[in-house]
Design a protein around this ligand. Structure first.
Ligand code: IMP
Length: 429
């Protein structure tokens, strides 16, 4: 059986968690390959809502093996809290089914302090990070001074390594105006406890995934963040520090591309972004407010991890074309189509205008991208509530046309459409 990679095509928050949960129903292994607890995957099962930050969404199916890959940066205290929280809700979190790559890197209090201090130092040029220590942890990894998960087998040694990193970070923090130093002693017992708890979850993940593939198992690689947040291919520097695109699934899990038979791109029916950086179709009017919602519903556009209101705008086809290419997409899934119900007409950026020229592809220069103006096409809206619709044919004609328009523009089939947060509110084609 193949590897099925699921990636976000926009700026994250496309609904990857609930889509991974959908495929997990048939999967044997669900593996996160990049990022850390900057991600927030919301999965609704019946009346229960699960907000997952580090644990793959497959955890809600008891037969699925859940993997945290080497491409991730893991805050051990947060992961311990998340696993214990799941256990309290009756989810099986035994080490038989949850595996942490020994080569994943760990986030320490030093990284979190550095993330916050560096963001404050950037002032108006801030990236708008989630302040979870993601960037500094990947910085240490690239500088070859990071702490890898395998060391948690020796909790004392792990705590000593963290203390050494905190001392090094404190030297940097001392030079940043207003930054507070980290007290190594204050977090030592939480870190020790987390290491003791997590040690039994450590595994040789590439070998595990390889054996699963040899045994013809179905492996879902669950992306976090989105294509335009990719460290190489996103809107640098307004990106995260990992590779959330399909290539990242290979390095993050330690598998070769020959195993991948499907790469599914998740796109919201419109666009959102949290944090700073260019966003050509961003709306600053009542349409943007309407897409965002008030925050009263769990699906309104407020960050799962930080609670920040998301910037909202119309669908952007140059972004989707780009994502299709960078990831080698084989198919698309459209989420939150229900949110577009009630608009008289819906705009879609079919191209951009840049320096008097119309372009259909993303410019490579960040500075040019920031100057792109969307060239909109208008499609007919629909008034019906579609949250109860369970077949494509039962959707209003205009909603079917919207999906058909996206398929035609991208040259990709749309395989699933979601029309509400519950598992049942998914239209399969
Ligand atoms: P970091 O990953 O915390 O360093 O944040 C870098 C940028 O990526 C910021 O603009 C964040 O808002 C954004 N970001 C990181 N993770 C997510 C996510 O899961 N969803 C949406 N945006 C994210």
């Amino acid at each position: 059986m193949p590897v099925h990679v699921i990636v976000g095509t926009q700026w994250g928050d496309e609904g990857k968690g609930r889509v991974a949960d959908w495929f997990a129903a048939q999967a044997d292994v669900v593996a996160r390959f990049a990022g850390g607890d900057n991600a927030g995957h919301t999965v609704r099962v019946g009346d229960e809502t699960y907000k997952l930050h580090l644990v793959p969404s497959g955890v809600l199916y008891p037969n699925v093996i859940c993997v945290l890959g080497a491409g991730m940066v893991i805050n051990p205290v947060k992961l311990t809290e998340e696993l214990r929280g799941l256990a309290e809700r009756g989810i099986d979190i035994s080490p038989d089914r949850i595996k942490i790559a020994e080569r994943a890197h760990l986030i320490t209090p030093a990284h979190i302090a550095l993330d916050g201090a560096k963001e404050a130092q950037r002032g108006k040029g801030a990236i708008g990070t989630t302040k979870r220590g993601i960037g500094p942890a990947y910085t240490d990894k690239a500088a070859r001074v990071g702490i890898r998960a395998g060391v948690m087998k020796q909790p004392d040694q792990f705590v000593e390594q963290v203390k050494a990193r905190i001392e090094a970070a404190n030297q940097t923090l001392a030079g940043i105006d207003g930054a507070e130093l980290v007290d190594a002693a204050a977090t030592a017992s939480d870190l020790h406890d987390a290491a003791q708890f997590l040690a039994s979850y450590l595994a040789d993940v590439p070998l595990l995934v390889h054996r699963a593939l040899e045994d013809d198992k179905y492996v879902v690689a669950e992306g976090a963040q989105g294509t335009l947040l990719d460290i190489d291919h996103g809107n640098y520097p307004f990106v995260t520090s990992s590779s959330p695109t399909s290539g990242g699934a290979m390095t993050g899990l330690g598998i070769g591309p020959k195993h991948v038979t499907r790469v599914t791109g998740i796109t919201k029916a419109y666009c959102t972004r949290v944090g700073a950086g260019p966003f050509p179709t961003e709306l600053h009017d009542e349409n943007g407010d309407r897409l965002r919602g008030t925050g009263a519903n769990p699906w309104d556009e407020f960050g799962t991890t930080t609670g920040r209101p998301r910037r909202c705008g119309w669908l952007d086809l140059p972004v989707l074309r780009y994502a299709a290419r960078i990831n080698g997409l084989t198919d698309l899934i459209i989420t939150k189509l229900d949110i577009l119900s009630g608009f008289d007409s819906i705009s879609v950026a079919a191209a951009y205008s840049l320096d008097g020229e119309t372009i259909t592809e993303l410019p490579t220069e960040q500075e040019s991208f920031a100057r792109c103006e969307p060239v909109y096409e208008s499609v007919e809206g629909w008034q019906e509530d579609i949250m109860g619709v369970d077949t494509f044919e039962a959707l209003p004609g205009a909603a079917q046309d919207y999906v058909g328009y996206i398929e035609e523009q991208l040259g990709l089939p749309v395989k699933l459409i979601t029309v509400g947060p519950a598992r049942a509110q998914t239209i399969a084609r």
